[in-house]
Design a protein around this ligand. Sequence first.
Ligand SMILES: [Zn+2]
Ligand SMILES: [Zn+2]
Ligand SMILES: [Zn+2]
Ligand SMILES: [Zn+2]
Length: 356
Amino acid sequence: MAAAGAGPAELGFAEEAPAWRLRREQFPSKVGGRPAWLGEAGLPGPGALACALCGRPPALVLQLYAPLAGRADAFHRGLFLFCCRTPPCCEGLRVFRNQLPRQNDIFSHEPPPENPPEETEDAVCLQLRSGAQLCRVCGCLAPKTCSRCHRAHYCSKEHQALDWRAGHKQACAQSGALDNTVPDHNFLFPEFEIVVETEEEALPEAVEREDAAEAAESMAETPEDVLDSMAKHESREDRIFQKFKSKIAPEPEQILRYGRGITPVWISGENIPQEKDIPNCPCGAKRIFEFQVMPQLLNHLKADRLGRSVDWGVLAVFTCADSCGLGSGYAEEFVWKQDVAGTPGPREGAARWPGV
Ligand SMILES: [Zn+2]
Ligand SMILES: [Zn+2]
Ligand SMILES: [Zn+2]
Ligand SMILES: [Zn+2]
């Protein structure tokens, strides 16, 4: 599968950012909000996005701007991770990849401006340059239109109903700039910019000064460790969890670890995928690990506010090793969910990620 331990990981952190920085033209990496779509061709429609378990439309968890150096056809490259957040399901995960050459008919050939635009209208853009309409609730393709006013567009009946209750019931009958105001449907996840830093390999000495106990945990597992932990009646499960904790202890706020072909950091000894568990890309190439979402992200998603909600230990995303073109649309990739040991599936009132 992946070349073990190739290169350091890039760590992602969630930070507040002004709305303009999260717009499409800025090629953002971000948590939550509506998708800032990259290419417009082959956008996944409601059918492709629907939760595989309950069929409902999902919400964007995060998107990453992850171009490939030396690949003209992937000068721009985006990964979009969605999760069903509708109780009682909150389970279904889907991830899509899209890439564009530098020369394309949507984005400027030049890098995006680093300063805020002069006009500061914060209107939500619900139309692509191609003219395609996006859902007022989730920002995904909207093949359905309100049959009364013909001005409001939706991915599904479900989201039409949400918008109706959130105010379209009144707005529908009025003329005016309906589409410039979108109410909070309590559906999207809160939006943050993802800021990336390269992980520094923690020196055991440096850690030792801070906390001798953690330094001990951060050492690689040797046969002596195994014997030692057997003597201490620690299970393999404990050891893997301790390793996970010590790996992220230097940067406990990390929500994401990125690195094509690096080794994922599993949170549990249960449910670690084998090579055979990761399906090949339809192009025939293997899929390799590209990034993992950490449990820390759950704190930012405020997922608890709807009661039963999304949950995971880690989400590991595997993408086509060739990052193939696949008809220049959005190619679905593969995500593996690992729960914290002994707590499979979504659960109510369960202990949150304990923190480190
Ligand atoms: Zn679902
Ligand atoms: Zn929708
Ligand atoms: Zn209407
Ligand atoms: Zn492929």
